[in-house]
Design a protein around this ligand. Sequence first.
Ligand code: ZN
Length: 502
Amino acid sequence: MGEKLEQLKTHLYRPLDLNYAAAVLGWDQQVFMPPQGTEARANQLATLSGMAHEIFTSEKTARLLEAAEGEVAGLDYDSDEASLVRVTRRNFDLQTKIPTELVVRHSQATSKGFTAWQQARAASDYAQFQDNLAEIMDISRERAEYLGYVDHPYDALLNQFETGMKAAQVETLFTALKTGLAPLVQAIAAADPIDESFLEKREYDLERQWDFTMLLLRDMGYDFQRGRQDKAPHPFTTNFSSQDVRVTTRLIKNRPHSAFFSSLHEGGHALYEQGSPQKFDRTPLAGGATLGLHESQSRMWENQVGRSIPFWEHYFPIMRAFFPEQLADVAFEPFYRAINVVKPDLIRVEADEVTYNMHIFVRFELEKDLLTGALKVADVPEAWNAKYREYLGITPPDDAQGCLQDVHWSSGLVGYFPTYTLGNLIAAQLYAQAQQDLPGLEAGFARAEFAPLLNWTREKIHHHGTKFTAPELLQRELGQEISAQPLLDYLWARYGAIYHLK
Ligand code: ZN
């Protein structure tokens, strides 16, 4: 490695270490911190991330980066050296294009906005949040102008979370998905409902649920020497290097499968981070590349793997041994169908995998119109409810269960939602390829053999760290563009069987 690049790398240790230290505090905040710790913790987090931002956006970084760019010019695009400089440049531009004045206004608007949103949601009164949302949308529009775009201001915002994707591409993908999903949702709505009473009406001991999630994590290849699981009200994954990757789960008495799928989901995120090469630790190349790619890993373990028949052929007998009183009278098929019920619901985070993407379409379409001004902030509840009627056939009874349900807008995360659906699309594409490359893959699940899939994702995805964008990675490893068909094929096959559709 050249001298200039070495200097840049060493310089970046400080902002990276500060951010990882802030992440430890953030993890503690959500897992262990007593409620009264909030204020002091917010100050500590602001100090650490402020310091990291200051160092990263400094003149010194600009100088070292430019020098390193000269040194790696002509090196292979894929090389560690060129990639490190390229990724650093991208992050640097994203963080320095926005003037400090706007960063400050953004942080004030979102901290006020978050409080207003919490109160508005508690009172189910959109009017209490409306002015805050208007301000956040104004700032988002300004932000897009500073970041720059060619076709649509949404492109600039989306690019912060999913490098290289544009609103028009997302729209094409979503239209294809929508068209293919609508008849599936209708066919399921017309099918005989599935009986879930043995889940909903019985209590499943929380400690045993916990033990079962630990077993799942171990079996899927999550390394407890480099991680741990804890409980959190909103499950998440975080990491402080590839050697310390932590997951959380949530236990509910009459929804044991919720904890299992949650641990599989977060476990999928964690395998990605644990699979990041150790040589990338403490550099911008460490970890997962984009939000969509990250979500592809979590959704693949949760859905493609965790909802397959062979998977439950292995785990259902084990689960019965964990919960003999609750499941003694339940046979395999009714159990398998009950944990895979499809039901249009008002709340995104509780949606099944068939209707989940509908929730994303609603938010994407509203965000785009809000950004251009085609939709007035005052008209959001009405527009939201109309879209829920259109896509899911249900009308929210109030704003708390409607347009106030998600935290994202109050936090200034405009342009973020599409990454959830992109993750679902990519998961289906990767899994279809893995099935071709690994004969007998699913038969192995019935023996709890997950190493072939894990090793495949290590090689195709994880070992690249953050080098490539999602479109680059798919082109390189699968020779494909992101597309909707594999997800549609997967959903029709799986739910056609579960709902006995003709
Ligand atoms: Zn996730």
